[in-house]
Design a protein around this ligand. Structure first.
Ligand code: BGC
Length: 537
């Protein structure tokens, strides 16, 4: 029997619950709506849903500002309906993980309200207070567009409190053992409801120490190992996915000896996929993967093209950041913090060839891919909307009112209805039956990868190096399977020479394409095209 854990080679699908599907007609996405769409997710080949925050929240940061860690926001439905969703996901043979936001809570959380009102309350020490805002000055600011300091003055408390994100999200004080216990109990609460694990939000920032940058501190790793121990002991098989927007060598310790996180996002890879496509040269991508340390055998990277946040440029050089902004975000409105608030298809000129190439890169590299809702049908963005809401618009199911998202007259977000990306042109229903649709193109690439042992779990061997890499080429090889991947990053035809054994080779995506192998097989690759080649038996 195959003993590989399921998450080593899984497709994750990220659901932003507010915008996915409204099941009760009130204009707000909910659990009942998501439950109705599980057949669709199954048909895409999804293994695990990642549902973004569903906790009660003032929604200042779209649910990442939690005012009750052990409940659901009534706008999404009841706890019972969430339970039914979890059961239905399992009945579909899929899994579900949810966001665990440990670093901070909402300033409306009763803990913070009690803390600010009374210095003697036990909750005072649940947060990080100071009489001066001149402490921890080495710590960078994350929301650079709106924040000048990580300290905010609280009139009622008569002190400053620490926050790495918005002031509406006070950081919890992990030096307080009660806070640690409370978080472990939050994990138990949701695991008991039947979920399969967590995407742990913003974990590098849990502790603060004088004179430090206050990211990735040893104390943080120590606590995270406790979280993992709890999961292993009380909920064997559950997974923890790490959100640490850091360089690979800084993320590496989050896998520890295989006893901290099983999964971690590969943040620096993502902008380099776009940089390679934009510069028509994959040098930066090859370099970052070559610089990525090995991880323990039971651990895996999560790869992704886009998510609910800005396309972060924190993990690129200053020069590359300027290049990316100039190329992909010429309008300053498209920029947000150190990133770009646009979706996949508009970034890539709505060009199916470029998008397919981006998917080819993600799907042929090691890692478990995470798909962002709506990208599979080519949804656009709305940069007029506040903050990152422009990439969180309503899922476009069909060409009826509100794109089939809701029967309500007023919805929580506007639906996109422009002539290019609008719901009348871009929606699931119209693409389902069309073999050439974006949806079926992506679905087909996804199923081809899943059918290849080498692409799922093979080792990667580079066929390219150096400064100019117009064709991104590598071999993926496992015990039973071997695939040669050739991807033309450029707008021109390229030729690439492979050293192959004699025999016939075919393209996994277009098996009618065949080529004869020799020690100098020259292959011509059309602009922005790719081959996933395998030898015929
Ligand atoms: C989430 C963001 C959120 C932040 C604060 C992140 O990393 O992805 O959407 O604003 O954490 O919770």
């Amino acid at each position: 029997m195959d003993k590989t854990p399921w998450y080593m080679n899984a497709y994750f699908y990220q659901i932003y619950p507010r915008s996915f599907m409204d099941g009760n007609g009130d204009g707000y996405g909910d659990f009942v709506g998501i439950t109705q769409k599980l057949d669709y997710l199954k048909s895409l080949g999804i293994d695990c849903i990642w549902i973004q925050p569903i906790y009660p929240s003032p929604m200042f940061d779209d649910g990442y500002d939690i005012s009750d860690f052990v409940n659901v926001d009534p706008r999404f439905g009841t706890l019972e309906e969430y339970h039914q969703l979890i059961d239905a996901v399992h009945a579909h043979g899929m899994k579900i993980i949810m966001d665990l936001v440990m670093n901070h809570c909402s300033s409306e959380h009763p803990w913070f309200q009690a803390a600010r009102k009374d210095r003697n309350s036990k909750y005072r020490d649940y947060f990080v207070w100071s009489d001066t805002d001149q402490k921890y000055l080495e710590t960078r600011i994350i929301f650079t567009d709106t924040q000048k300091s990580n300290w905010a003055w609280d009139e009622v408390a008569g002190q400053y409190y620490w926050h790495r994100f918005y002031p509406q999200q006070p950081d919890l004080n992990f030096d307080n053992p009660e806070v640690q216990e409370a978080m472990l109990n939050v994990m138990r609460h949701w695991m008991d409801l039947g979920i399969d694990g967590f995407r742990a939000d913003a974990v590098p920032y849990l502790f603060e120490r004088d004179g430090m940058e206050n990211e990735n501190l040893p104390e943080t790793h120590e606590f995270l190992k406790r979280c993992r121990k709890l999961m292993d002991e009380e909920y064997p098989g559950a997974v923890l996915l790490c959100e640490a927007n850091m360089w690979p060598k800084e993320v590496r310790p989050y896998f520890a000896d295989g006893d901290e996180f099983q999964l971690g996002f590969h943040f620096p890879l993502m902008p380099r996929i776009f940089m390679s496509l934009g510069k028509q040269n994959a040098e930066s991508l090859v370099k970052i993967l070559k610089d990525t340390p090995d991880i323990p055998e039971n651990c895996q990277w999560c790869t992704f093209l886009r998510n609910h946040d800005e396309l972060t440029l924190e993990m690129v050089t200053e020069e590359d950041r300027q290049w990316m902004w100039n190329f992909y975000a010429p309008d300053p409105e498209m920029r947000k913090n150190l990133g770009i608030r646009r979706r996949l298809w508009p970034l890539l000129d709505n060009d199916p060839k470029k998008v397919a190439l981006a998917y080819s890169m993600m799907l042929t590299m090691p890692g478990s891919p995470v798909f962002y809702y709506g990208d599979e049908i080519g949804m656009g963005d709305d940069i007029r909307l506040y903050d990152r809401n422009g990439v969180r618009t309503l899922m476009q199911w069909d060409d009826t009112k509100n794109g089939g998202f809701s029967t309500a007259d007023k919805t929580c977000m506007p639906v996109i209805d422009d002539p290019v990306y609008g719901y009348k042109q871009v929606n699931v229903a119209s693409q389902e039956g069309d073999p050439n649709s974006h949806l079926n193109m992506i679905r087909s690439l996804m199923s081809t990868r899943k059918a290849s042992d080498a692409l799922c779990r093979g080792k990667l061997k580079w066929l390219v190096d150096g400064e100019n890499i117009p064709v991104l080429a590598y071999i993926r090889e496992s015990e039973y399977d071997k695939v040669w991947v050739l991807q033309n990053m450029t707008d021109n035809e390229q030729s690439f020479t492979l050293d192959l054994q004699e025999g016939t080779y075919y393209d996994l995506n277009h098996p009618e394409f065949e080529i004869q192998g020799s020690s100098k097989t020259e292959i011509k690759i059309a602009p922005r095209s790719f081959y996933w080649l395998r030898k015929k038996n």
